[in-house]
Each structure stands twice: as C-alpha cells, then as structure tokens.
Design a protein around this ligand. Structure first.
Ligand SMILES: [Fe+2]
Ligand SMILES: [Fe+2]
Length: 292
C-alpha cells in the first residue's frame, strides 16, 4: 500500500483535492501514448489507485438527473460569494496545505503550468487565460460539496451512460438505471440535440462555466464547460448527442486536453515573476471580482 492509500485508510476519508490529483495523474498516464500499451488500456480499471475506484463508485451511484437539476438550481443564482480569481486560486492552494503538500501540486502550479505551456506554443491570450483558470470551479469544495460532485470525469445524465465512460459498470447501482426512459440510448434528449441541451454530471466544469459565461469568448467557455468530458473528446463517444456546433468546437477540447494533462512536469516556476503577466491577462478579460 503506498503512502497515500495508507494515509487514506488511516484517516478514513479523502479530500476533493486528493482525489483530483490522483485522478489527474491517472488520466495523464492513461492518455500518454509513450507509456501506455494496448494491454495496459484493457487493464486500466484495475490499475487505478483504490481511492480513484472508490471515488468513481460514489460518483456513478449518486449522480442522478434529479441530483444534477438540484445542484444547477442551487448554484445558478451565483449568490455564494463575491471573489476575485486570485481569491479562489489562493483558496484552492490552501486545501493542499491543510492536508499533505506532498500529495499533489498546488492548484496554482497546475494553473501556471497549463497556461505557460499554451503561452510557449504561441496560443492566443484567451486560450492562455483559459488554461490558467479552467479548474477554479473546484472551489465547490469550499461550499461543502462532496468530492464526487466536484472533480473527475463528466458525462450526460438522463440517458444511458456510454460504455466509454470510465467505470461504466458502476452505473448499475445508480437509481436512474431502473428508469426505462433514463436508461435508453437518447433518454430525455433528441438525437443530435447538442451538448448544451444535455444535463451533465455535476462538477467543476459546468459550475465555472456558469460563473464566467458572460465574460469569455465562446471557445473558452466551451473548453471550461466540457474539459472533463473525456468520454467524448478522448474516446469519441456520444457523437449521437452532438450537433454541428459540437462537431466544430470539440477540436478545442482535444487541443486543450494536451496541455491540461501533459504540462504537469516537475519544472518549477518563479510564480512571483510570472504573476504580473497573469494579473494583466485576468484583468483584460474579467472584472475585479465575480459572483460565485
Ligand atoms: Fe478540471
Ligand atoms: Fe486541469
């Protein structure tokens, strides 16, 4: 048992941050071609850390359509806090400090790494900003949401889960599986209705989209809203719910995921040196504070 699992079993619980880091490390390995073979793809569900498997069990049995609609109603009012981007970034870093800093990168380092990798490749400023802020919806943890409603992969609810959704076997214990409608291929949706007309499992993607939807270009909002939808942008699933807009926009998810997953190298950044650049970038697109 590794140090993290030992810690988890002793404490009996894990924070959203811990699972987030474990899951993202797992995704990074799963989708890095040079370290994965065809065999390891077939076996990946048993290779993931126990905490990730437990996390997905909790996620898949609890994310019902009713649960998602309730969370959307709770958070669409954006009346939980008035905070700047920097307030949220600092909060997410403090989550790591409160547990064990060796368990994962502080959220701000992932933010800087993703953004700097995009900047190095000459991408436009709105995309660099997207890389910098894309995970800030994890502030949901501050509002008391359980880890399975903050981090991890997202997928449509109200229709049958696609086999390409990670750990899809766990959906058997989701109450929506007993509904003939919710368990049919299209469920409550029409073929080709477009992802924007589909309800997704609740997490940090849709929440941050809600916070920023009046402020950023549509491509940035699309990335933020669906960046955890790996079944679609990495596995090619759910094409039957896409419309022409999704077929055009999904390329941004594919591009972005390269930077989200593969920029987590040990290279350290002089955050104090970089911060003025990002302060200017944030101020270019976003107001001083936002409603959360
Ligand atoms: Fe994310
Ligand atoms: Fe990320």
């Amino acid at each position: 048992m590794n140090k993290l699992l030992l810690f988890i079993s002793l404490v009996g619980t894990i924070s959203a941050k811990d699972v987030s880091h474990e899951w993202e490390s797992f995704l990074q390995e799963k989708y890095t071609p040079e370290v994965k073979t065809a065999d390891s793809y077939r076996n990946y569900t048993t290779e993931a850390p126990e905490s990730v498997q437990q996390f997905y069990h909790d996620n898949h049995i609890n994310q019902t359509l009713a649960f998602v609609l309730k969370k959307k109603a709770t958070y669409s009012s954006l009346d939980k806090a008035q905070m700047s981007i920097w307030d949220v970034m600092d909060y997410l870093d403090s989550l790591v400090d409160e547990s064990d800093p060796d368990l994962g990168l502080p959220q701000s380092i992932h933010a800087y790494q993703t953004a700097e990798a995009l900047r190095k490749d000459g991408h436009p400023r709105w995309l660099i900003l997207t890389g910098f802020i894309h995970d800030l919806g994890k502030v949901l943890a501050k509002f008391g949401e359980p880890q399975w409603a903050v981090v991890g992969d997202i997928y449509p609810v109200g229709c049958k889960p696609h086999k390409k959704v990670v750990y899809s076997e766990y959906f058997a214990d989701n109450p929506d599986s007993d509904s003939p409608l919710y368990h049919s291929k299209y469920g409550i949706y029409k073929p080709g209705c477009g992802f924007r007309n589909v309800h997704f499992s609740w997490g940090h993607d849709h929440y941050l989209y809600t916070v920023l939807k009046d402020h950023l270009p549509e491509q940035a909002l699309y990335i933020i809203r669906y960046h955890s939808f790996y079944a679609a942008h990495r596995e090619g699933a759910y094409t039957y719910l896409m419309d022409d807009y999704d077929k055009e926009m999904i390329k941004w998810l594919t591009l972005f995921s390269q930077y989200d997953l593969y920029s987590k190298d040990p290279e350290s950044f002089d955050v104090a040196f970089l911060r003025p650049y990002y302060e200017e970038l944030v101020a270019e697109f976003l107001p001083e504070t936002l409603r959360w």
